[in-house]
Every structure is written in structure tokens, then in C-alpha cells.
Ligand binder design. Structure first.
Ligand code: PLP
Length: 394
């Protein structure tokens, strides 16, 4: 392939664009990671992660992708054969459930259509029926990246509290953290599962967990095998020193320090509002394309459509992967593909992380241009609708 001019428009839902400030923060020599200089970096990172997770609980960081934090959530708190409830939201809830099964848990899936918001009443019913209180954890993906839908963690937390059920609430916030409001303590979340490469604007490579006191307590009786991800091995200051399981990925920590500073400088509420605006501009464009039987919004519950990623349902008879393959090879626009049962049926526009108006407009204009070029029927005026919305809001 000949050289692609310009920068790639990275509109997959993670990894996201890494800001120059973050890249530059990594452009430095390696250092002895067992020194106060580096402990300070880690301490600042953990303090700022706690602000973003909105928790006073413990913060754990590992050299891993988000899968590591999934694993840590289960192995630190559960014992072989424990029952966990998995709210079905899409490919990521399915995949987290597969992981839980693989480590020896009994996973009960609360089935749900992928294009619908998960109904918290389903959790209430399951917990009420659990007379012996055997359910160890309720697991939910806050923002299901495979479908572009956000699910009501706050309501699920309220239900667990109101029923006074001992289950832990475990929430995957991998594609919502620092893009949408997430309130770990207020919502009663016991384990928040996060990763570095989405809203936090960092390279992939850091798994992150927020852990409540109740979840820390659960480690005392949990007997699933664990070592690398053992929270008690890495949790706290020991004689003023921070511990890390193995050699700390110091450059990723320098990146994280900068990324977190940037988010807090912008202000979390502003970050969330920016995501909401860019998402709404995207939705308006997709709605216009969908008029007269064109590609349309995948999610059917308007109020649950995600502010970090929009899944677009391709027309029958057209392959979404062919569409995005051409968008990438011809125009250097990277879009996300449909996962598992949605493969070829949807494409996904990621609008999270370090993104501004020209970037999303460039993406939407290129999608529209590719729809025309590839002869995919669609309604006119998608970009106009996005421009009009952005022009009238600030
Ligand atoms: N959960 C969600 C919601 C995700 O979007 C992803 C990745 O896209 C994962 C889990 C898995 O994270 P990782 O790919 O970093 O292991």
C-alpha cells in the first residue's frame, strides 16, 4: 500500500488518541523504580485515579490490559463454585462471563437483547429469589463498547443496598471512565474495573481497579488462586514505599500522571459535557443517514445511547466490515467493527478520549463520503445535522 498522507483518524473505541503531552511525558530516560522519585509519581497517579473513580477505596494498578482487571475482580473476591450474576449487555459482558467461568465460578447470565438497555429490575428479581444469599457478586458493564449502550449502574447499586443483599457490585467502567460520570462510592460499586487506553487517553498496558472496603474484606475468605493480581500484595504503602507486582512500568506511569493532570485541568464535568456533545452530534448524523432505510443507530433505547461510542447498524445486504475496510484503506479512517454476533452487521464510531469538534466532523464527513462512494443507500444531510447541532450548542 502506498503511504497514507496525514494522520490516521482513530475512531475506534479504544485505544484512543494519545495527546502530545502524554507522549512527551514518556520521552525520558528510564529510572530506578524503587526510589522516592518514582513512588511520588505512583502516589499522585493513585490519588488522581481515586478522584476520577470518585472513591475513597483502594486503587490497584497492574501491567495488564483491561482483561487483567476483570480477572483481579473475580479472583480476589470469590471462591471456586461461587455464583456470580452477569447482566447481559453485549460481547464484553459475555466475554467477562467466559472469564469468570474459566476461573471456576458459576455464572448466571441475566439474558437481555443487545440493542436494549438492561433492566435493573431483573437484578432485583434474581436477588429476591436468592433466599440463601448465595450470589457472591452482581457484574455489569457500565458502557457496553460492543453495542454503544450505557447501563444503569446507579439503579443496580440501589437495589442491592435496598435488599440488603451481601453481593458485591462489580462494574466494568473500561469504556466509560473519564468519558462519562462514574461514581464508585455513591453508586455502591465494590469493584470498578478499568483500563488505560480509552477515556484516560493513555497507551494500552495498565489495568486499574477501584476496590471498596467490603471487597477488600472479601479477599480474606476468597480462595480462588491468585498471585500476580493479589490486591493484598500490592495494595498499600509499606514503610512509606509503594509495592508493585514486578517491575513497575514506569513510562506508563509517567504517561498516566500527565493524562490524569490533563483531565483534571479540563475539569471532569467539562470532559463529560464534551463527550456528550460530540456523541450527540454523531447520533444526529447517523439519524439523518438512517432516514429512508439507511444505516441507523443500533441501540433502540434512546436514553441509553453511549456518549463514548456509537454503534451503527448496517443495511441488510451490505457488509459493515467491507465498508470500514475501505474507509481505512482509502481514507485512513479507522472505525470499530461489529463483535461476535454483530460481526459485519454494525460498525462503531468511537468518540472518546482526546477528541474535539474538527476531529469528529472529519470522521463523520468521511463516513458520509464513503457511504456515497460505496453506493450504500442513506438519507442526506448527516454532516449538516452534526454541524448544525455543534453550531447551536457550546
Ligand atoms: N470491557 C470493555 C467494556 C471493553 O471495551 C474492553 C475492550 O475494549 C474490555 C473490557 C477488554 O479490555 P482490554 O482489551 O483492555 O483487555
Amino acid at each position: 500500500m502506498s503511504r497514507q498522507p496525514g494522520r490516521q483518524f482513530l475512531n475506534i473505541p479504544g485505544p484512543t488518541n494519545i495527546p502530545d503531552r502524554v507522549l512527551q511525558a514518556m520521552h525520558r530516560p528510564a529510572l530506578d523504580f524503587m526510589t522516592p522519585e518514582f513512588w511520588e509519581v505512583q502516589v499522585e497517579c493513585k490519588e488522581n485515579l481515586a478522584k476520577i473513580l470518585k472513591t475513597e477505596g483502594e486503587i490497584m494498578v497492574y501491567a495488564s490490559s483491561g482483561h487483567g482487571s476483570w480477572d483481579a475482580a473475580m479472583t480476589n473476591t470469590c471462591s471456586p463454585g461461587d455464583t456470580v450474576l452477569m447482566c447481559e449487555t453485549g460481547r464484553f459482558s459475555e466475554s467477562w462471563g467466559e472469564m469468570a467461568e474459566a476461573v471456576g465460578l458459576d455464572v448466571v447470565t441475566l439474558a437481555n437483547d443487545w440493542d436494549r438497555a438492561f433492566d435493573p429490575a431483573r437484578v432485583e428479581q434474581a436477588l429476591r429469589e436468592d433466599k440463601e444469599r448465595k450470589i457472591r457478586a452482581v457484574c455489569v458493564v457500565h458502557n457496553e463498547t460492543s453495542t454503544g449502550m450505557t447501563h444503569d449502574v446507579e439503579a443496580i447499586g440501589r437495589i442491592i443496598r435496598e435488599l440488603d443483599h451481601p453481593a458485591l457490585l462489580m462494574v466494568d467502567t473500561i469504556s466509560s471512565l473519564a468519558s462519562m460520570d462514574f461514581r464508585m462510592d455513591e453508586w455502591g460499586v465494590d469493584v470498578a474495573v478499568a483500563g488505560s487506553q480509552k477515556g484516560l487517553m493513555l497507551p494500552v498496558g495498565l489495568g486499574i481497579s477501584g476496590v471498596s472496603e467490603k471487597a477488600m474484606k472479601a479477599t480474606e475468605t476468597a480462595t480462588l488462586p491468585r498471585k500476580y493480581f493479589d490486591w493484598n500484595g500490592i495494595k498499600a504503602l509499606e514503610n512509606g514505599r509503594l509495592r508493585f507486582a514486578g517491575t513497575a512500568p514506569s513510562h506508563l506511569f509517567f504517561a498516566m500522571r500527565e493524562g490524569l493532570r490533563m483531565l483534571l485541568e479540563e475539569g471532569l464535568d467539562h470532559v463529560f459535557a464534551r463527550h456528550a456533545r460530540l456523541a450527540e452530534a454523531t447520533r444526529r448524523a447517523v439519524k439523518a443517514w438512517g432516514r429512508g432505510n439507511g444505516p441507523s443507530l443500533f441501540g433502540r433505547d434512546e436514553g441509553a445511547l453511549s456518549n463514548s461510542v456509537t454503534a451503527v447498524r448496517m443495511l441488510d445486504g451490505f457488509d459493515a466490515d467491507v465498508f470500514r475496510g475501505k474507509a481505512l484503506s482509502e481514507t485512513n479512517l479507522a472505525l470499530g467493527g461489529g463483535l461476535a454476533r454483530l460481526s459485519g452487521k454494525v460498525f462503531r464510531i468511537g468518540h472518546l478520549g482526546d477528541l474535539n469538534e474538527p476531529m469528529i466532523l472529519g470522521c463523520l464527513a468521511t463516513v458520509e463520503m464513503q457511504l456515497k462512494r460505496q453506493g450504500i443507500p442513506h438519507g442526506e444531510g448527516g454532516v449538516d445535522a452534526a454541524v448544525a447541532y455543534l453550531a447551536e450548542t457550546r
